[in-house]
Design a protein around this ligand. Sequence first.
Ligand SMILES: CC(C)(COP(=O)(O)OP(=O)(O)OC[C@H]1O[C@@H](n2cnc3c(N)ncnc32)[C@H](O)[C@@H]1OP(=O)(O)O)[C@@H](O)C(=O)NCCC(=O)NCCS
Length: 169
Amino acid sequence: MQKEKIRLRKPKPSDLKEFRNVFDDREMVKQLAGYKYPFTEAEAKKSLKETIRLNKKGDYYEFAIIYKNKFVGMVVLEKPTKDKKTFTLGYAVGRAYWGKGIASEAVKRIINFGFNKLRLKKIVADNDEDNPASARVLEKNGFLFLKKGKRKKGKTRKNINILYWERKR
Ligand SMILES: CC(C)(COP(=O)(O)OP(=O)(O)OC[C@H]1O[C@@H](n2cnc3c(N)ncnc32)[C@H](O)[C@@H]1OP(=O)(O)O)[C@@H](O)C(=O)NCCC(=O)NCCS
């Protein structure tokens, strides 16, 4: 994709409508901890407010992904280790924008930020085995597959396979 097509910036209160549009999607939130469907306006407001608060607090770096001047998703470095040298990566792109290389490019940028600005040693990530697009985004960004694990998920507490990944500086 053409690089200038996306940019990352800090989320802001005026993102609310597009933020909710992106995350109010059953298939999408199935893959994400901390979101549930449906995503009401009140929940979206609370969630966005919390994101902005955490960004200000520190040790939490979440960016809005802007594509053609529209808010289309989020990418985050969070959950630092004690020494703050390893963070966990997360990302999501609204369904209307899938398959355009947006997540791959956003991950590339936040990794550069993590290694160059935050001087991290390692970035880790995990995804459900039934989410091959997510695994592909990690592979394309040089993440190494470490191991498979299990996690109980959703209301049914069904055991699902999780893939664990890491990328070192
Ligand atoms: C996973 C997700 C972020 C991908 O976003 P995206 O912008 O569509 O990703 P990209 O276009 O950059 O890349 C997707 C890659 O996966 C591939 N892909 C898509 N569907 C696939 C499938 N079913 N099987 C295998 N590969 C698949 C694409 O072909 C592409 O790879 P390529 O560039 O080699 O062709 C997006 O689907 C999403 O937000 N899903 C819901 C939330 C989520 O799963 N977040 C990650 C949690 S771990």
